[in-house]
Design a protein around this ligand. Structure first.
Ligand code: SF4
Length: 88
């Protein structure tokens, strides 16, 4: 086997490993995003407003039914202890 052939195979192997590593990092990053939100039970999330406060008026609310900091489906009529009024 020629030196050039060995070098070429090493190059292909390195490229393949780099692509594999990149894919694994992207997958880990997506998992990290999902895990970075808090479980609803941790912040005492409820599907009803509390004392006039509700998710639709919270800076963390993402219409139509998500939250920047709390995982899962979030009702615009819900509430949790992480409530932060919009514009505050
Ligand atoms: S009240 Fe809680 S669950 Fe609702 S949007 Fe704000 S932080 Fe998210």
């Amino acid at each position: 086997m020629r030196d050039a052939d060995v070098a070429s195979r090493r190059g292909v192997l390195r490229t393949g490993l780099a692509i594999l590593a990149g894919g694994m990092l992207a997958t880990a990053a997506r998992a990290q995003d999902a895990d970075s939100k808090v479980e609803q039970s941790v912040v005492q999330y409820q599907n009803a407003p509390k004392d006039g406060q509700k998710c639709s008026g919270c800076a963390n609310f993402i219409a139509p039914n998500a939250c920047k900091v709390v995982s899962g489906a979030i009702s615009p009529e819900g509430w949790c202890v992480a409530y932060a009024p919009k514009g505050s």
